[in-house]
Design a protein around this ligand. Structure first.
Ligand code: CDP
Length: 204
């Protein structure tokens, strides 16, 4: 059985939390594709050439904890605008999406570019203020030196870059289910997404 769930949306919209919960619920594999761009961005910050870094990326380079900070996030959205970098990361993501047993991928272009044929497409949003609050709590809980205003500026700058780039810009696929999580609990948001996956499974 292969079944792909494509989850897209702007920064800190809740797509990572929802994707993890969906993968756990259905025993699907999960790929946070943002980590691929973050890993390349981190190498750029260390002086590496981003295209060479993308081509040479190995699973060992992806240390999620070390990659979750604002400097790496900004670098990620810069390297993510380079078409050749995106191309270098494409085959890995497509193969992951079609692995046996089902897969959830979250990112910016999963439903539009990586897996336009995905059986389920979700586009997760939340207001700027709610997203900034969530990310501020997450980063400050890890002991990072952040301010609510700084986090909001970071999210807005990345969203703008992600939406305006020429290659694979952030946008909802035409056939995506849109879910605004600003006023939804995690449980309610996940329940709606579980229902969407079940509907696709029953239809298939
Ligand atoms: O967790 P958050 O939503 O803040 O960001 P992320 O998903 O880790 O992605 C970091 C950056 O990588 C984004 O701002 C995008 O520029 C880029 N990205 C992308 O271009 N395409 C993807 N499929 C995933 C991430």
């Amino acid at each position: 059985m292969t079944l792909t769930v494509a989850v897209d949306g702007p920064a800190a919209s809740g797509k990572g939390t929802i994707s993890k919960a969906l993968a756990a619920h259905f025993s699907f594999a999960h790929l946070d594709t943002g980590l691929l761009y973050r890993a390349v961005g981190a190498q750029l910050l260390q002086g590496a050439d981003p295209l060479e870094a993308a081509k040479a990326l190995r699973a060992e380079d992806i240390d999620a904890d070390a990659l979750r900070n604002s400097a790496v996030a900004q670098a990620a959205s810069k390297v993510a605008a380079i078409p050749e970098v995106r191309q270098a990361l494409l085959d890995f993501q497509r193969a992951f999406a079609r692995r046996a047993g089902g897969a959830v991928l979250d990112g910016r272009d999963i439903g539009t570019v990586i897996c336009p044929e995905a059986e389920v497409k979700l586009y997760i949003t939340a207001s700027d203020e709610v997203r900034a609050e969530r990310r501020y709590l997450e980063l400050s809980a890890k002991g990072q030196d952040v301010t609510p205003e700084g986090v909001l500026d970071d999210l807005k700058a990345r969203d703008k870059r992600d939406r305006e780039r020429a290659t694979a810009p952030l946008k909802a696929a035409n056939d995506a289910l849109l879910l605004d999580t600003s006023e939804l609990s995690i449980e309610d948001a996940v329940a709606q997404c579980v229902a969407a996956v079940n509907a696709a499974r029953n239809a298939g």
